[in-house]
Design a protein around this ligand. Sequence first.
Ligand code: PEP
Ligand code: CO
Length: 446
Amino acid sequence: MSWSRGGWRSRKSSQIPDYPNPPALREAEDRLKTYPPLVFAGEIRQLKSELARVADGGGFLLQGGDCAETFADFNTFNIRDTFRVLLQMALILTFVGEKPVVRVGRVAGQFAKPRSNPTEKTPEGEIPSYRGDMINRREPAGRTPDPERMIRAYFQSAATLNLLRAFAGGGYADIHKASKWLLDFVGKSPVREKYEALARGIDKTIGVMRAYESLEGGALPAHPQRIDFYSSHEALFLPYEEALCRNDSLTGDPVAGSAHFLWLGERTRDPEGPHTEFLRGVVNPIGIKCGPGAEPREIERLLEKLNPDNEKGRITLILRAGVGKAELAYSRLIREIVSAGREVVWCIDPMHGNPRLHSSGVKTRYFTDILYECKIFIEVCRAEKVHPGGLHLEMTGKNVSECLGGFDSVDDLSRDYETTCDPRLNASQALELAFAVAECLAADRG
Ligand code: PEP
Ligand code: CO
């Protein structure tokens, strides 16, 4: 079936709003088409081969970041702190779980949000829903889609990636600094103590290895200064995705240049919809969110469209049913996809199936639900003999109080509730979860 970059335009989606001034949107898209891509084909090929190894059971995918990036929260410290927690989590998963970890941020492009309703009721009347900073403003007066916001999201993504590339390539991520990655606010907590003990153990192991190497007179390998870090977001706003689509200079294949990894959300994974149509033509690794109602037959249809050759590393199924429905939904889905012979990475998103409305009226999630769904996922994978290959989280490096519970026991949501979208794990909760999941994975093997 032939494919073109703009082929998605003949299919409708309620997730892509109409713009009041279509020529202005076209003009902004034309400008974006001339700008450099944010990611490159060689990096995308490398991520795909790392995910192929995960699909084979030889690694683990860690994907995390904000529910939605915003223009207001764009600053060096936020980027650094989220990056640092992801590094710490990866370290925990590598050393406790004993698997190499593929690190992917929900970052540098996660600006467009799906909506269950196109409008929202306010005391002043019904207004269009907020769809993420790439499209409109959160303030009720700013809900008209504005194409210049797409350009601003591009430049913010470019600056964010620039910093992340420097951190990943310039020594900040060096494992020798593991003990220096401690976050200031993680006071004397059991999580901090566990992390310190792990970092000391790693320092010691490296010291022993170096001593052996010098005893043997072998050349000491260079310090592992560089790590790989990849970007990802939901490929929701297709005018942006199309404008950043490029061709691989080696193979000529179409590549989404907006991020290394793109996913179809629970509301954008219609096999006949525009999002699937666009993604089937680009070579990037693709995620598919699978909620409690994800029918195996429907997911199979998506796999036929998105990965007709059953290429390993191309598809990650991101399960997000919620604790109540997880066990049944996951065993049924895994069984059918496996019996169809499909190669996928199995990943758990324990956030989106577990929303709770707090008595104060804000959205929250319980740490216990999040951890419990991870455990159900690992157990079902074990029972079905597939590799529990990944963890997809909404988290931040800041000490926010958006999810309830954890060792440090967040019980007051009003202390520091900042998210403009879904509640995120704070740094301490994210590390605690990484330890618990890593221990479960290790037990899985032993
Ligand atoms: C998200 O990841 O922020 C999201 C909206 O997820 P889902 O599509 O699974 O609801
Ligand atoms: Co979310």
